[in-house]
Design a protein around this ligand. Structure first.
Ligand code: GLA
Length: 393
């Protein structure tokens, strides 16, 4: 059979989505939208400080198989939820949050924002599936948002470039779902590039492509610790950063260099000082890490990842014992260049840069070591950097 996507894993996901579409709605889907998850190599909790981040889209995806409708109804089927899947529907004229099917709030929120911005939408039937782990800190919710926006874009002929699409999806998450996330996740899912990370300037919203170095693999280790505190602690950290910027008299912590911070840190209360120290040094680490990669110095890049973890653990205080155990297990292995928690924290995943010829032994040994330390068998994925959202007819 001819490959639809050029990738066996994605072909299988598209087939599964089409099968679910047939059984839920009858007929064939008109298109498939494919949105990757993301992993951040370095630059954590810097995006909402107007700073720098270096994420990559990963080859684990959300797939939407959809057909257009001429009325205002959106019917959704998620075959992977519950024992037999979950169905829900909403009207584009009555968009509210759904407490019974909370997974639909991402689609609802995107429709709400698009219409609020004056885009004319019509309904659709859609199946949502994928192989991106849910609630593991790999941005499955942002992937659903961006995939939904892209599907509306295709069906309703909306003029939306990648950055604007990301901004509107972030707005859906901030204002409809109620999570004050920064721009990183929606941006990289919208604009990611195969075999590359993106150095994103979260103030200008421009990016530079940074190739993943040859001979290195990005390995993601899922602690399987649910990220319980993440929403409330995340919002607290944002406020602490805003306080820090105000006390330092700058628009955002992006505007403070490491030297400027060191000259004035004594003026700050202790907790604010620690939060600011993380953000200011992390921004510098991102720039240093990109310079290291461009110079072919993967060893230096790895050291900066390790330093980022220490800063997130001790100054920003968003790690947890499971993330620390996973990083420690990783750092003890041969072939590992760097290891750190990734994403918001309080559980979820670590990201590791590992020599490709050592990656499969690394996968095995880290799993064993983490299971021995915590009693939990982790999930470990060797990932490739993938393209951002796109649709296939
Ligand atoms: C979450 C948010 C992002 C970013 C990271 C931390 O993933 O959605 O915007 O702030 O946390 O770097």
């Amino acid at each position: 059979m001819r490959s639809r996507t050029g990738d066996a894993r994605l072909d299988a996901l598209c087939e599964r989505a089409a099968g679910a579409f047939r059984s839920a709605f009858g007929g064939e889907p008109a298109l498939w939208t494919i949105a990757p998850g993301r992993v951040n190599l370095i630059g954590e909790h810097t995006d909402y400080n107007d700073g720098f981040v270096l994420p990559a889209a990963i080859d684990r995806h959300v797939v939407i198989a959809a057909g257009p409708r001429s009325d205002r109804l959106v019917r959704l089927f998620a075959p992977d939820l519950g024992d037999r899947g979950d169905r829900a529907e909403f009207d584009l004229d009555g968009l509210e949050r759904d407490p019974v099917h909370p997974w639909t709030n991402y689609e609802r929120g995107v429709a709400w924002v698009l219409q609020g911005e004056g885009y004319a939408l019509s309904g659709m039937d859609a199946v949502l599936t994928g192989d991106l782990p849910i609630a593991a800190g790999l941005s499955s919710s942002a992937a659903v948002e961006v995939a939904t926006a892209h599907t509306f874009q295709m069906f309703c002929d909306l003029e939306l470039d990648g950055v604007r699409r990301a901004l509107l999806c972030q707005k859906a998450e901030n204002e409809f779902v109620g999570m004050r996330c920064g721009i990183m996740d929606q941006y990289i899912i919208s604009l990611g590039r195969r075999d590359h990370a993106l150095l994103i300037d979260c103030r200008s919203l421009s990016y530079d492509l940074v190739p993943i170095p040859a001979g290195c693999s990005v390995v993601i280790c899922d602690t399987r610790k649910q990220r319980g505190l993440v929403d409330s602690e995340y919002n607290t950290r944002r406020q602490e950063c805003e306080t820090g910027a105000r006390l330092l008299g700058v628009p955002a912590l992006r505007d403070v260099s490491v030297a400027q911070f060191e000259a004035r840190e004594a003026e700050l209360p202790e907790v604010t000082r620690k939060r600011c120290r993380h953000v200011v040094t992390e921004n510098q680490r991102v720039l240093d890490a990109v310079a290291a990669l461009r110079a072919g110095d993967t060893g230096r890049f790895g050291q900066l990842m390790d330093a980022s973890h220490v800063s997130l653990r001790d100054d920003y205080q968003v790690s947890c014992k499971e993330l620390d155990a996973m990083v420690e297990a990783a750092q003890a292995q041969e072939g590992v260049l760097g290891a750190r928690m990734t994403g918001a924290g309080f559980g979820g995943c670590t990201v590791n840069l590992v020599a490709t010829d050592a990656a499969s032994a690394f996968q095995q040994r880290v799993s064993e070591e983490y299971a021995r330390a915590t009693g939990v068998v982790p999930r470990v994925y060797v990932c490739a950097a993938a393209d951002g959202v796109h649709s296939l007819a």
